[in-house]
Design a protein around this ligand. Structure first.
Ligand code: FAD
Length: 492
């Protein structure tokens, strides 16, 4: 008998409750632990994951395989297609390896939760017990509720309550489990070797099948460290050297060090949110001059927390529905040419174009620019926010349904805490405030680099090789106001 740990969005050894508890149990009952990852390529496509996100996940997985090997735990990777195929694959694997327990960490998305419930039901019939843990959030997902038992619908009130709960239940992390060296059964290893050699009806592949060499030439992957050791080094250096300047620096996209750049590692679960929270909290408590900035960063972690809780409490968010149902009536424009200009960074608005090109070149976009480009698409162009949400998922290394959906619905005024629909972010004003010298624009829009700063932000007249603005901002705003008013809802 042994224990099967199913890795999904938790590709790490540190602070991994499912892995930790499985290993503890294996020590108690004198058995072994086997790990698996069921790569659902088709599901990733259904969820609009692009190459950047998929490759980054696979690189994280490769590192996980090496890390687990240090604990004498084998990681088996199966290519399974979609979520429906994961369950039979998992049950078959459990049976072949004589595992009576499956251990995993919960995921907040609806399809994932339905799949896990189906697994629990089917596993019961075969005598296999499933154990699920929360590793995605600081507090149990979906359980921070108002006194009347209803969910918090705005961030401010949620944050207040979450901070109270975190005082009552301070965040703690789990260590890396002890090595399984003494107890891994030789017979188990033999079975795994046979499984890995057998392509069978289920495509069983070793973790090395992910061909990291093919990624070495990928300039986007080269930017993003994917090992657990690197993740901790990044977190430590951010908290020791930069977090105290986070508040004043976080809004300037030209400052590559202004934010932590940890989002891809958090999205794949290479780094747990609790590890991040504790590191920043230590700065907050020990360095009075940096406390406010560190607190600001903790607030960002709470935004992430909020969106995850909402995803669990409002399943419709996983089904492309607006958080505010009345806003389903907005008559979005079907304008493929305009959408293409936004996607390709050829709108003629320099900061918007620089941002969209940053996304394509690096697989990441600065938060202020995510807000700006999302408002530009959904308001000035009046194109459905779901088009933008999908494009982001297809290109982001850190693509994550909860945060992406939350951010897009905020910008489109269909979501929680969303900006009032009539309050727009002007691409020129944003550039004046956050890229005053036009340095960020020059970096990503080289056509404008030789112009003086003011002209980079808002070119006067025709610039060779650069498009003229694709719309008149005033007209865009009027069109949006009319469309939002025509869909009857209260003007908040
Ligand atoms: C339209 C839109 C789409 C977005 N899509 C995603 C996405 O797919 N994946 C993603 O991780 N974030 C998304 N965000 C949130 C935010 O832009 C990124 O988390 C942030 O830019 C990542 O950079 P960082 O790690 O340097 O952030 P930091 O500023 O260092 O923040 C630390 C961490 O806090 C979390 N965080 C920060 N800001 C937010 C936020 N507004 N909402 C939720 N969590 C936040 C992230 O996990 C981030 O890594 C989106 C925001 C908007 C407006």
């Amino acid at each position: 008998m042994s224990h099967l740990v199913w890795f999904r969005a938790d590709l790490r050894l540190h602070d991994n409750p499912a892995l930790h508890t499985a290993c503890q149990q294996a020590v108690i009952d004198g058995s072994g632990v086997v790990a698996c990852f069921l790569r659902p390529q088709d599901q990733w496509e259904n969820h609009h994951w692009g190459e950047n996100r998929a490759r980054f996940t696979e690189r994280c997985l490769l590192d996980l395989g090496h890390e687990l090997a240090q604990l004498n735990i084998s990681l088996i990777c199966w290519d399974v297609g979609d979520f429906n195929q994961q369950i039979p694959a998992l049950l078959s694997l459990s049976q072949q390896l004589s595992c009576q327990h499956i251990w995993a960490n919960e995921e907040p998305e609806l399809n994932e939760r339905l799949r896990d419930q189906a697994l629990i039901n089917q596993a019961q019939k075969t005598g296999i017990q499933c154990h699920f843990y929360n590793d995605q959030t600081l507090l149990p997902m979906g359980q921070i509720l108002k006194k009347d038992g209803t969910p918090y619908r705005v961030y401010g009130a949620f944050r207040k309550q979450a901070l109270k709960e975190l005082e009552r239940f301070p965040v703690q992390t789990l260590p890396i489990p002890q090595s399984m060296s003494c107890i891994t059964e030789a017979s188990q290893q033999d079975k795994i070797t046979v499984l890995q050699a057998d392509a069978g009806s289920l495509n069983v592949v070793g973790v090395s099948a992910f061909q990291p060499k093919a990624y070495l030439d990928d300039p986007i992957q080269q930017r993003w460290p994917a090992t657990e050791a690197q993740a901790f080094r990044l977190l430590d250096s951010f908290c020791q050297e930069r977090i105290c300047q986070y508040d004043p620096q976080r809004d300037f996209p030209g400052n590559a060090e202004g934010t932590s750049l940890l989002s891809p590692l958090m999205a794949t679960g290479k780094l747990s949110v609790k590890s991040c929270w504790l590191s920043a909290q230590q700065v907050q408590l020990s360095q009075p001059q940096g406390a406010q900035s560190a607190g600001r960063w903790l607030d960002e972690l709470l935004w992430r927390e909020f969106y995850r809780h909402l995803l669990v409490l409002y399943p419709e968010l996983s089904c492309c529905q607006p958080f505010k149902p009345e806003r389903a009536q907005i008559p979005w424009r079907n304008a493929p040419d305009d959408l293409a200009k936004w996607q390709q960074g050829t709108t003629g608005f320099p900061l918007v174009d620089a941002a969209m090109r940053q996304l394509k070149e690096t697989g990441w976009m600065h938060n202020r620019l995510r807000m700006l480009t999302a408002v530009f698409l959904s308001k000035y162009l009046l194109i459905d926010w779901r088009e933008g949400e999908r494009w982001f998922m297809q290109h982001l290394v850190d693509g994550d349904l909860a945060s992406n959906n939350g951010g897009w619905q905020w910008a489109a005024s269909t979501g929680t805490d969303s900006v009032p629909y009539f309050r727009l972010l002007s691409p020129y004003r944003q550039a004046e405030r956050f890229d005053a010298q036009g340095a960020f624009i020059a970096r990503f829009v080289p056509e404008l680099a030789s112009l003086p700063a003011k002209q980079r932000i808002q070119p006067k007249g025709y610039v060779k090789g650069y498009p003229v603005p694709m719309l008149d901002l005033r007209e865009g705003k009027d069109r949006m106001m009319a469309a939002f008013k025509s869909a009857s809802f209260s003007q908040t």
